[in-house]
Design a protein around this ligand. Structure first.
Ligand code: COA
Length: 263
């Protein structure tokens, strides 16, 4: 199966053999995958290239040490307010694009995930962490605050007290603490991190396509709308799936006591 090409200096996009799972890798290992302007612009382009074909997506960082060590501090150090706002918008465009990517995104947190790296992981649907991972909203120690969604998305995953401690103190949580806090779904041996994320993504990719998209859209409403609107949204997504080939196949297979063969 042919998959769309994507070419950028610091972001790569790779596909599994059957072209259902795309892997976006932030590839700046000499800077621990810190997100500079070029990289921030490339990530949404990579997501666009994967949008039509991917049934699940893995996000990770290149090298042995880092997922993403944050926004590029060297670049940020020179910004004035207007420049900072523009850089902030770029970061938000990245985390928004991950969050609204139409199919589930699995973050393979294979090392440091600080500041914008933590926020990138927070925007994914689910997270697998290396036992070596260290995760934190460490901006306070740079004299700033999380600016790519962390003040909003962190408290969804962890309790409010933990979120406030992380943001006020710049705490760097090790993998066990991340799992305990609910910041990651599971912790695996370092060398298995990306493989485990791929395994989960491949399992997800086997599920029926329209149901997956509908499920993600409906789940995302929790943070977008009051519950009454979210419940209404769920009704529409749910009923809209009736008549799709996968819905017919899934239910027929159950009634015929066999495994479904989804499109
Ligand atoms: N922005 C820009 N460059 C970064 C970076 C960042 N967020 N994080 C790491 N780097 C660069 C370092 O400057 C260094 O570059 P150099 O080799 O040209 O000097 C390179 O990546 C390796 O980092 P180094 O600090 O030498 O590695 P380390 O293993 O000793 O420490 C960290 C790793 C992650 C603990 C440390 O780099 C760090 O604290 N980074 C900043 C994390 C942060 O505050 N992120 C939030 C930003 S909003």
């Amino acid at each position: 199966m042919s998959t769309p090409d994507f070419d950028a200096e610091t972001v790569s996009l790779d596909w599994n053999d059957d072209g259902t799972v795309a892997t976006l890798t932030v590839d700046r290992p000499d800077k621990l995958n810190a997100l500079d302007e070029t990289t921030l612009r490339a990530i949404p382009e990579a997501l666009d290239a994967a949008r039509d074909d991917a049934r699940a997506l893995v996000v990770t960082g290149a090298g042995e040490k880092a997922f993403v060590a944050g926004a590029d501090i060297a670049y940020m150090s020179e910004l004035d307010v207007a420049g900072a706002y523009e850089y902030c918008q770029l970061g938000h465009a990245v985390t928004d694009a991950v969050e609204t990517f139409p199919v589930p995104v699995v973050a393979a947190v294979n090392g440091y995930a600080f500041g914008g790296g933590c926020e990138l992981a927070l925007a994914a649907d689910i997270r697998v962490a290396s036992e070596n991972a260290l995760v934190g909203q460490t901006e306070i120690d740079l004299g700033i605050v999380p600016g790519w969604g962390g003040t909003q998305r962190l408290a969804r995953l962890v309790d409010d007290e933990t979120a406030r401690r992380m943001v006020f103190l710049g705490d760097r949580l090790d993998a066990a603490a991340c799992e305990e806090a609910g910041l990651v779904g599971e912790v695996v041996a370092h060398e298995e991190t990306v493989g485990r994320a791929h395994e989960l993504a491949a399992q997800i990719a086997e599920k029926p396509r329209f149901a997956l998209r509908g499920a993600k859209e409906a789940l995302n409403q929790v943070h977008e709308a009051p519950q009454s609107a979210g419940l209404e949204y769920e009704k529409r997504v749910w009923s809209g799936l009736f008549g799709t080939p996968d819905q017919r196949e899934g239910m027929t297979a159950f009634l015929e006591d066999r495994e479904p063969d989804f499109e």
